[in-house]
Design a protein around this ligand. Structure first.
Ligand code: UDP
Length: 334
């Protein structure tokens, strides 16, 4: 198949482009490179450098490249920033996706795979969280993802647009080999920060709260490896091509979680093997908005698409992130 991967130069997008090609698909990337990196793309992948907010470019790209399916990753993704600049988030994430939907139904009406997030659930006691849990996002970011989910569903009802929505839990790690990986301009994610701290770019790791109602007092998250997540997209595309799924929503996670302390222990295990000292840790106040435990009920994607994550060992997950950051301490700059 020929896939158009919107936002394909970003962290999850670039890993997905790679896995799609490995599965024998042809790929064209549409990306404005606002936070993505052309260097993250394999050689020979055409890049349309354009913005989803430019509806004419979106339509022209769909007409020129005639994809059999579209995967939509392009979005602003920072929760804190979304609260300070809601207009940017609603415009980029909602209007951008609307232009894409409109373009698709006006040209080829091909299936769409959409990147959503566990943030659509908000805080819940219903853990592990099933896909039919109530949706009440607590940030503008989460709200833009939920609004887009709703738009996609409305286009399905009105125009027959087939779709698969994937709700990601905590995405982490990097392709083994360390040539592509997480490279956001602002660093907030636990494993990435821990690796950069090990490289001496920060003095110590802060643990945001050790008085949560969890076994070791720190927050628990469901860490899904980016390459497994990329494979989930390949499965979704293949299922839709076979007419198997035409309006499906799946959580993508391991179905079990690790605490902040367990993650930092794994980072220590990996870096001390490379001769570095363990990280200095400090207990800091809770970070506002952090629920104690966010874990996916991941049965649906396993049962329906045959999803089988390969990276289930925390140390192995961390090792892939560490290899990327060690080889690229300043992302794609050096
Ligand atoms: N966290 C932490 N110290 C850090 C960064 C994150 O203790 O320097 C915690 C954070 O409070 C959360 C977990 O690690 O409980 C995962 O945070 P991250 O930002 O990676 O992902 P989120 O769950 O917010 O999407």
């Amino acid at each position: 198949m020929r896939l158009m991967v919107v936002g394909g130069a970003g962290y999850i997008g670039s890993h997905t482009v790679r896995q799609l090609r490995a599965a024998g698909h042809e790929v064209v990337v549409f990306d404005n490179l606002s936070s993505g990196h052309a260097q993250a793309l394999p050689e020979g992948v055409p890049l349309v450098q354009a913005d989803l907010l430019d509806a004419a470019s979106v339509k022209a790209a769909l007409e020129a490249h005639r994809p059999d399916a579209v995967i939509q990753f392009a979005a602003l993704i920072e929760v804190g920033e979304s609260m300070r600049a809601p207009g940017r988030y609603y415009r980029n994430n909602v209007v951008g996706s609307l232009n894409l939907l409109q373009g698709i139904v006006e040209t080829r009406k091909v299936p769409l795979v959409f990147s959503s997030t566990a943030a659509v659930y908000g805080t819940t006691d219903n853990v592990p969280i099933p896909e039919n849990a109530p949706l009440h996002p607590e940030s503008v970011y989460g709200e833009t993802k939920l609004m887009t989910e709703n738009m996609i569903h409305a286009f399905h009802v009105a125009h027959g647009l087939p779709y698969t929505i994937l709700r990601y839990f905590n995405v982490c790690g990097a392709a083994p080999g360390g040539d592509i990986g997480e490279a956001h301009p602002n660093k907030t994610h636990l494993i990435e920060l821990a690796c950069l701290t090990a490289l001496g770019q920060r003095e110590k790791m802060m643990i945001f709260g050790d008085d949560y109602p969890t076994p070791d007092g720190t927050c628990i998250r469901d860490y899904i490896h980016v390459q497994d997540l990329a494979d989930a997209h390949v499965l979704a595309v293949n299922a839709m091509a076979g007419g198997k799924a035409d309006a499906a929503t799946y959580n993508v996670g391991l179905g079990h979680g690790f605490s902040v302390r367990q993650v930092l222990d794994a980072v220590d295990a990996v870096i001390t093997e490379d001769g570095l000292p363990p990280l200095t840790r400090e207990i800091a106040p809770r970070r506002p908005g952090d629920p104690p435990r966010l874990v996916a009920d991941a049965h649906r994607i396993v049962d329906e698409l045959g999803f089988q994550p390969q990276f289930t060992d925390l140390k192995e997950i961390v090792r892939t992130a560490w290899d990327w950051h060690r080889k690229h301490p300043h992302d794609f700059e050096r």
